[in-house]
Design a protein around this ligand. Structure first.
Ligand SMILES: NC(=O)c1ccc[n+]([C@@H]2O[C@H](COP(=O)([O-])OP(=O)(O)OC[C@H]3O[C@@H](n4cnc5c(N)ncnc54)[C@H](O)[C@@H]3O)[C@@H](O)[C@H]2O)c1
Length: 283
């Protein structure tokens, strides 16, 4: 079993994946370009582990053990010691390509390079490395500590061994891995596009408010959250980037078209829970 996991990006997903991996016994190197993001992430992880202890989801020794296994790292080159790297930086193909190009220079030849991308092409990201057979999608869901599903996405050159290794890692983290091919948005984000898109169109047309739509979806469909609550949790910027990426990769297929409301909110910096204001206000 691979032992040291490097994580790139200490935001909503990277921090959560670090926590899950450390609780499962992996040594974690958590990297972010922003020192503030790294600090905030460690605080969030500490707070969440404390809550897990209080609610009995983790024992005190598991939680303290996990915390000692996460080492925050500002220096990108420190990731060279990782057996598996999971990239969870922003949903931007150019940024991810740059990261994988740089990773390729520092990791051991047999290291596995995974990306937590929600929608981008694993094949395209892998093509920039000397070892595209070691590049794979490992798509966790938000919040990683609670969501069981992990989509394991196979690029056109990903090897069986790589797929098997990350599948076993996901199992070791207590997750339910599912396989899927390298198609824009994979399974869940593909199915979810019309969920958000139609809700935004209803809102834009003035048919109903965000609160009404969320409530009706919860009541009628048994969903735990409505589309606007979910977009606020994901981050409006992240959701908009994923929608744009799926739309572009499907050659501007109209049914995947992003909505101007999303763009306006990104321009305004009202990004949901993480900024305190999205479709709802948060204290
Ligand atoms: N938010 C979700 O619900 C969700 C769910 C599943 C997958 N994802 C995917 O996970 C990835 C991260 O999303 P997030 O919501 O955690 O984003 P986020 O904005 O919360 O965090 C991204 C972090 O990456 C850092 N970063 C940016 N460029 C970097 C670089 N070059 N090197 C190192 N760090 C860098 C930023 O400083 C930030 O801390 C995206 O690809 C997203 O599509 C998000």
């Amino acid at each position: 079993m691979k032992k040291t996991v490097g994580i790139i990006g200490a935001g909503t997903m990277g921090g959560g994946i670090a926590q899950v991996a450390a609780l499962a016994g992996f040594d974690v190197l958590l990297h972010d370009v922003s020192g503030d993001a790294l600090k905030a992430s460690m605080e969030r992880i500490k707070g969440d582990l404390r809550k897990s202890m209080q609610t009995g989801r983790a024992t005190a020794s598991d939680a303290t053990g996990a915390l000692t296994r996460i080492r925050p790292r500002r220096e990108f080159n420190d990731l060279g010691a990782a057996d598996v790297v999971i990239e969870a930086a922003v949903e931007d193909l150019e940024v991810k390509k740059e990261i994988f190009r740089a990773l390729d220079q520092i990791v051991a030849p047999r290291a596995i390079l995974a990306t937590n991308t929600s929608s981008l092409s694993i094949t395209s990201i892998g093509s920039l490395t000397k070892t595209p057979e070691s590049v794979v999608g490992m798509h966790f869901f938000n919040p990683p500590a609670q969501m069981k599903l992990v989509e394991i996405v196979r690029g056109s050159q990903t090897s069986d061994e790589t797929v098997r290794t990350v599948y076993e890692m996901a199992l070791a983290m207590g997750k339910t891995p599912v396989f899927c091919s390298d198609t824009p948005g994979f399974i869940v984000n593909r199915v979810a596009r019309p969920f958000y898109g139609e809700a935004l169109r209803l809102l834009g047309e003035g048919t109903a408010t965000a609160e009404q739509i969320d409530r009706i979806v919860r009541l009628s469909g048994g969903f735990r959250m409505g589309p606007f609550e979910l977009m606020d949790m994901i981050g409006i910027d992240v959701n908009y980037a994923v929608t744009k990426s799926v739309y572009e990769q499907f050659f501007h297929e109209p049914r995947f078209r992003p909505h101007p409301i999303q763009r306006r909110m990104v321009e305004a910096g009202t990004l949901g829970r993480k900024t305190g204001l999205g479709f709802y206000r948060y204290e």
